[in-house]
Design a binder for this molecule. Structure first.
Ligand code: SAH
Length: 384
């Protein structure tokens, strides 16, 4: 049996493995990855977490009303739009959860009503909290259905009084009927509008919409493995595709001649450029573009990369991207995947020209059924 259980487990549905011990979870994930990827090579032992609790540095809560008008906040009940009112969660950062609970407590005295998705009445839709585990900086994003937050300054003051650890508060307006949490329009209510976290000796600025790995403890191990597999010697031209705020590329830049990061999200690219400057990294450039489009153009220009590091979202990469990677003929491809199913699909395309030489699974998301995998592929004719 697991050491802890969760009273919301049935309704929330986020932690499919909540009743398993850490060892059992790791065994399940190992089995799953083995089944999907063993035809490509030996799947190494999964790298687990010693203490698999409260690892999430980013916590999101949706706000609404229960019958009788009571404010509720937490997560959607699986496959519905009913909100499960969550007071504690084994995987979320405890500071973040307690900030969200206190926002809920403060709302009535500031006459802030939760938003109602059906009627469009009310104001507060979501709260997003991000905490830099290594710096302690905390960002609170208040997502509103309309732009006016009553007694805004006093509300922020009251929140800061309860949580002096908060370093920035951002108001985001999402007035659309959409499943996206964040809208376009943002205003900084307190602090710089972003947080900075530290990872592997570098400092990374993260704004509300930029991707940042949610489990910073495991991220260190994951990145270290990826960079080790890239086997850089200081002479390489490296592509960091789907680079987010440039974390992997910047860490790799110390051991490469030149790094190019490609990322679709404008805010993440802005963060990435500022991050490079702040860390004094001069041999990196970021391009804001669809990775597939960028790669098609690079291949057409006859560009060559020595190493391609790619870390696409759960939907995986695309045929355009992979075909163009093959044209640019890197010696090695390091593929970091948060979805072994799309990884297996993409490896099928890559292995016509590359052979897989390492497959290392990582448990980045304990208690959930998700699993991360790092693979290293080598060009079949490399060195010949
Ligand atoms: N390597 C980064 C980010 C990985 S998450 C890190 O470790 O932090 C995947 C990233 O791919 C996200 O930042 C997302 O915005 C970006 N992305 C999604 N689709 C993309 C596309 N078609 N082209 C380029 N980037 C894309």
């Amino acid at each position: 049996m697991a050491e802890k259980t969760c009273k919301y487990k049935k309704k929330c549905g986020g932690c499919k493995y909540i009743d398993l011990t850490n060892e059992q979870q790791l065994a399940e994930k190992q089995k799953f990855v083995n089944k999907l990827l063993k035809s490509y090579g030996k799947v190494e032992d999964i790298v687990g977490m010693g203490y698999p609790y409260n690892y999430r540095n980013k916590v999101h809560a949706v706000f609404g009303s229960a019958k009788g008008g009571k404010i509720v906040c937490g997560t959607y009940e699986e496959k519905t739009h009913r909100i499960v009112d969550i007071a504690e969660c084994h995987i979320e950062d405890k500071v973040a959860t307690s900030i969200i609970r206190d926002i809920k407590e403060l709302m009535p005295s500031f006459k802030i009503k939760p938003y109602n998705e059906d009627t469009g009445y009310g104001l507060l839709r979501h709260v997003l909290v991000r905490r830099g585990f290594n710096t302690g900086e905390v960002m609170v994003v208040l997502v509103l259905g309309s732009p006016v937050l009553p007694s805004r300054n006093n509300f922020v003051k009251a929140l800061l009084k309860k949580h002096p650890e908060i370093t920035t508060v951002v108001q985001n307006v999402n007035d659309r009927n959409t499943s996206m949490v964040l809208g376009e329009n943002e205003k900084v209510l307190y602090g710089p509008g972003f947080i900075v976290d530290e990872l592997m000796g570098m400092r990374f600025r993260i704004s509300s919409k930029s991707f940042y790995q949610v489990n910073p403890v495991q991220t260190k191990h994951l990145y270290r493995q990826a960079i080790e597999l890239a086997a850089l010697t200081g002479t390489e031209r490296v592509l960091d595709a789907y680079c987010g705020t440039g974390t992997i590329g910047m860490i790799a830049s110390k051991e490469a001649k030149e790094v190019i990061g490609v990322e679709l999200n404008r805010d993440a690219v802005k963060d990435a450029r500022k991050n490079a400057k702040a860390n004094g990294v001069k041999n990196i450039d970021f391009i804001c573009k669809d990775a597939g489009d960028y790669m098609l153009e690079a291949a057409a220009r006859g560009e060559h990369f020595d190493v391609v590091i790619m870390d696409p979202p759960r939907s995986g990469s695309t045929k355009e991207f992979i075909d163009s990677v093959k044209k640019t003929s890197p010696d090695r491809v390091v593929y970091i995947s948060c979805n072994p199913e799309t990884l297996a699909r993409d490896l099928k395309l890559l292995t016509r020209k590359y052979k897989v030489n390492r497959i290392v699974p990582f448990d980045m998301f304990p208690f959930t059924s998700h699993c991360e995998v790092v693979t290293c592929l080598e060009r079949i004719d490399a060195g010949k």
